[in-house]
Design a protein around this ligand. Structure first.
Ligand code: KG4
Length: 340
């Protein structure tokens, strides 16, 4: 079954063709980096317009790279939510219209489901497993019981980890997107130079006595802001590399500790990562080390499948279709995920 997948939830227009869940024939991503960089963050209206311009060329390129034509496609999968509604509507409406013209089914995919299932693109992980989705908009822990069965067990109560990376980068003038820039600077710094706070939220979610699996990164961000301001007020040079390294170490320690804790609480022997921050090399190394120490198998998707991509949407869409889900022509995009 040949699936054409479309992703347009945020600032990347992406299309992919899959022959089966672990057979990605093409995976094309058009980044809007240059559109948003001058503003230091995503401008939703500009994102929608850029999607409109990119969608046909990106779909055509995905078909060409897969060496198939539209007439060969059996199923269309498109991100239905969550994300920027104006952006989502471009890809989702395009997908529904194309499916109607081709007289083939169309499935709406939850972007989170794509991230949760992305380790399956490499074909080796089996259920159940603990998944950490860590990106610009999300920092959540899930148990993944099956192809269409997910339960959220932890979430951020304020900023997402990627958002914190982006804000720290902006504060230090490192550019956008911030994650890779902070990470590059961090590689030259001392992770113990500053003792930035780790929010463990150890009193539990609901007084149940269980340790919380929720996250909070706004206190850490404020602590970085205060530190930088102290240097600026004294007109002293800001030790950018040391601040980045200490900030990255704080984020990674919390992410790793809570993910391992989640897996152990659920007696899972497998952990998977997804989302843009899962490209972070320090996080990958530390998670590997912790998993080895706890005899847990770690599944790290290729970086290209961690950031927003359509291959994971095709995979999740194919599973949803097999479970009997298709969209109606008047189904709408949604900004908040029922999974989140
Ligand atoms: O999943 P993703 O592509 O999409 C959105 O959430 O929109 O994730 C993007 C996020 C951004 O916040 C970016 O700064 C962060 O992932 N990111 C990183 C790294 N690469 C991307 N954060 C830390 N280290 C990285 N190497």
């Amino acid at each position: 079954m040949l699936t054409l997948a479309i992703e347009s939830s945020c600032d990347d227009t992406a299309a992919a063709v899959l022959a089966s869940p672990d057979q990605v024939l093409s995976n094309v991503i058009s980044s809007q980096f240059e559109v948003h960089a001058p503003f230091g963050g995503i401008v939703p209206e500009l994102a929608s317009r850029a999607h409109i311009q990119a969608i046909w060329p990106v779909v055509n390129q995905a078909l060409a790279e897969a060496e198939v034509s539209l007439a060969d496609i059996d199923l269309i999968a498109a991100t239905q939510g969550p994300g920027l509604v104006g952006s989502l509507l471009v890809g989702f409406t395009f997908a529904k219209a194309l499916a109607m013209v081709l007289e083939i089914p169309c499935v709406g995919v939850d972007h989170m489901a794509g991230h949760l299932l992305s380790p399956l693109l490499a074909g080796k992980i089996s259920f159940p497993y603990t998944a950490l989705v860590v990106s610009g908009g999300n920092t959540s822990l899930f148990t993944v019981q099956g192809e269409t069965s997910f339960t959220r067990i932890g979430r951020t109560r304020d900023d997402a980890a990627g958002e914190a990376f982006d804000k720290v980068a902006k504060l230090l003038g490192l550019g956008y997107p911030g994650g890779p820039a902070v990470s590059r600077a961090a590689s030259q710094g001392d992770p113990e130079a500053f003792a930035f706070p780790r929010a463990w939220l150890d009193r539990g979610n609901s007084g149940s006595g269980k340790t919380s699996l929720d996250f909070s990164f706004s206190g850490l961000k404020t602590s970085v802001v205060n530190t930088v301001n102290q240097y600026r007020q004294k007109e002293q040079p800001v030790p950018v590399a040391d601040i980045c390294a200490s900030f990255e170490a704080a984020v990674v320690e919390v992410l790793v500790t809570k993910t391992i804790r989640a897996a152990r609480q659920n007696s899972h022997t497998r952990i998977a990562l997804g989302g843009g921050v899962a490209c972070n090399q320090y996080l990958r190394t530390e998670m590997e080390r912790a998993c080895r120490a706890n005899r847990i198998k770690l599944f790290l998707p290729d970086p290209i499948f961690c950031t927003d991509n359509a291959a994971m949407i095709g995979l999740a869409g194919l599973y949803s279709y097999r479970a009997g889900q298709v969209v109606a022509l008047d189904d709408d995009a949604y900004s908040r995920s029922p999974l989140y």
